[in-house]
Design a protein around this ligand. Structure first.
Ligand SMILES: C[S@@+](CC[C@H](N)C(=O)[O-])C[C@H]1O[C@@H](n2cnc3c(N)ncnc32)[C@H](O)[C@@H]1O
Length: 222
């Protein structure tokens, strides 16, 4: 039998990482903002799945989260996020209830990615956006995490390569609109890095995609 996840056992330690690594955190935030500039405007019907301690959600103005580890959720609630207990594979949110859904370094912890993406699609309105931030397995940081995980949290991760994730997203019916990358200066940038478009150079990648609108037999971009 496996015990509680590292996220349940050591939420405070997880949360403290952000204070110890402000340049990394802010570089990732900048990449998310380039992929999702809507976050500069008023908050919408947005939900982060695997919201953790709510660091990204509170920074990006995401008002709702879903999180299986109660210890993590308690931190997110203290940051003003409305958190529902649950998992990505069985979301406690209604059909077409969200305009944007986020997975930020969470899909690598999800047991059934196909099911998680089908659930994200279910809760998105047609034309709604899915934003995925992740550590691609093929880049130096991802390789290090895969070969020699630096902490108990990352020992539970099964990182995906960018082509694998793009394949999952397209298979789930999402239309890939844009990719953004940062953390090109592995091991660590000394100052906040300006993100650039594309993937293949950065150790943190963001994919923006959409649940297509269906018009007759034609699928239309939002
Ligand atoms: C690396 S943390 C990321 C948290 C937050 N998104 C962030 O970037 O700080 C991964 C989170 O995914 C959650 N998680 C693990 N399995 C999950 C699942 N099946 N569905 C949703 N979340 C899950 C963990 O409890 C943890 O809070």
């Amino acid at each position: 039998m496996t015990g509680p996840s590292a996220f349940e056992r050591a939420a405070a330690e997880y949360d403290a990482w952000f204070d110890a690594h402000p340049v990394l955190f802010e570089s990732e935030v900048q990449a998310l903002l380039l992929a999702f500039p809507e976050a500069y405007g008023p908050t919408g019907r947005w939900a982060e799945i695997g919201v953790g301690t709510g660091r990204f959600a509170s920074r990006l103005g995401i008002p709702v989260g879903v999180e299986p580890a109660e210890a993590m959720a308690a931190f997110a609630r203290s940051r003003g996020i409305r958190v529902f207990p649950g998992t990505a594979e069985c979301l406690p949110l209604g059909n077409e209830s969200a305009d944007a859904v986020f997975f930020i370094t969470t899909l690598c912890f999800v047991a059934d990615i196909g099911r998680a993406l089908a659930e994200a699609r279910r809760i998105l309105v047609p034309g709604g956006l899915l934003v995925v931030g992740f550590l691609p397995r093929e880049r130096p940081l991802g390789r290090r995490v895969t070969e020699d995980p630096p902490d108990a949290f990352l020992r539970e991760a099964r990182l995906l390569s960018t082509p694998e994730l793009l394949g999952h997203l397209r298979h789930a019916g999402f239309e890939v609109l844009r990719t953004v990358q940062t953390l090109r200066n592995f091991p660590m940038p000394e100052t906040v890095e300006a993100p650039i478009d594309g993937f293949g150079r950065g150790s943190f990648v963001v994919i923006r995609c959409a649940r297509p609108r269906l018009i007759g037999n034609l699928s239309m971009q939002s």
